[in-house]
Design a protein around this ligand. Sequence first.
Ligand SMILES: Nc1ncnc2c1ncn2[C@@H]1O[C@H](COP(=O)(O)OP(=O)(O)OP(=O)(O)O)[C@@H](O)[C@H]1O
Length: 581
Amino acid sequence: MKTVFRVFAYVRRYPWMATAMMACAILGTLMVVVFPKVTQVIIDDVRHGRGDRLWPLVLAAAASFFARDLLNALRIVINNAFEQRVIFDLRSDLYAHIQQLPLGWFDNRSTGDIMTRLLEDVQAVERVLIDGIEQGVIAALQIVIVAAMLFFYLPWLTWLALIPVPLMAIGALSYTLTAPNRYRAQRKASSAMNALLHDNLAGIRQIKTYVREREEHARFNAASNDLRNATMNIMRVWAMYNPTMSFIGALGAVLVVGFGGRAVLHGEMSVGDLVAFLWLVSALYEPIGKLHSLNQLLQAGRAAGERVFEILDTPAEPGRVEYDEKIDIAGDVRFQDIGFAYSEELPVLHHIHLHAQPGETVALVGHTGAGKSTLVHLLTRFYEFDTGEVLIDGKPLRDFSKSALRSAVGMVTQESFLFNGSIRDNLRLGKPDATDAELFGVLDAANAREFVDRLPEGLGTVVGERGVKLSVGEKQRISIARALLKDPPILVLDEATASVDNRTEQLIQQALDRLMEGRTCFVIAHRLSTVRHADQILVMDHGRIVERGTHDELLALNGAYAKLHATSFLDPREDAELVTR
Ligand SMILES: Nc1ncnc2c1ncn2[C@@H]1O[C@H](COP(=O)(O)OP(=O)(O)OP(=O)(O)O)[C@@H](O)[C@H]1O
């Protein structure tokens, strides 16, 4: 129930719309009493010499139907606007919160699952909200009004008409108690199918390369079949529950016809009363039937709501966010005895000490999995270190707002992720108000101007998902240009290992040199040239810094670094290129 109440809290944001909608619904429902009354009067009174009343009564009945449907039309218009606002709010809150969640949360979830929650689950929650409130209240109101009228007419026949109600309540209760598991299973199956779909679309090149289309199709069908089975399970129970309830409800009308008919035969009630009574009984069971459908919606919404609120209840990343805060950072970075673990079983960094002065280049080298990326991710608080302290310009990292800190650190990763927008949009991520002249300036510096000028729409060219329409070397240079535009005092650079041709390599290296100039740089180094020119090299092994010094010092030490060097761990190609440059 907690989930349901939390969902209803969203309605409170629009009290006027909710009130207007309810007013239309209530007034429209009140019209339900007119027709049975008119019918009774026509049958009983008009028949007995009050023919003059016939047409005014017919007119009154027509007017009541017109009013009911006019109010209904109004209610639908308000309802739609209300519904869309609520769904917008819930989706917006959810998205805003997702953006604030720590990276560790994303590491443990599939994109397809998150998207299912944001798209499908929000929709299911919204249906409960709107239909739940509105139709639930209307149905309850109609039941109360009609039951009151029935009791007013003939209490003994009303009691007979209500005999099926306790049976229906028991049926509804057992459905409600067993439904959550069925709906949870369905939401989970839907997420799993979407996750597979998302993963496969992202990996479509691999699927084609490894000729896995048939197998992946089978895997998709299996996930889709799970969803089908889960949905069928819900439907099967519903197919039993709904008609059973409808049949039990119909028994009420049957009892009324039987005992009411006998009363008419014995002259204890008029035919008009019996007809009116039957109308009212059907007007009583119609909303009861609706409540059953609503119960089904409610159970679906409950399962979806749990998944939506699970995200909203996940604590956001720690740290302040002050988007417009401007800070001046020189770029002095110090790690003091830093320890970090992704999870208790997976300690990754141990006793890390390092000091980089403003403008220095620190090269991180070491075998794969040594902890180099993890170390630099702590600098931007992508992950929170467990022990020790990181200081920037002598101030603890956690005293900076996250926004200011991340504005001060530029990142150029191997992946060079580009968004599916124009080159201009992608560059402006680094500086939203940059003019085209500034963009061309950084494209020049990043050796990217030439190919951008050659593109059919220049800066306006759309690069495709993840920048798929650009080559690896082009993407790298765009991402260097983007970092140049951001102009951060601290730079994290994950040197690309992917090979590009020698000329492109040279262009990229030149662009990087320009980018690194005058900044404190942490480079996850894969090239000999980079480490040669670094002010200090940190050699990492199993989460520890095992050696530190300059290239010559470390070679003279004849330890781990010398071994890496001897085994050509670092790519020497660029070195040769630079010498000839
Ligand atoms: N997001 C994560 N969640 C859990 N474990 C992780 C995560 N990222 C990295 N690891 C683990 O932490 C260890 C260090 O990884 P890290 O990526 O920092 O190494 P690296 O030195 O940068 O390696 P590479 O040069 O291959 O990128 C590895 O054992 C890795 O499996």
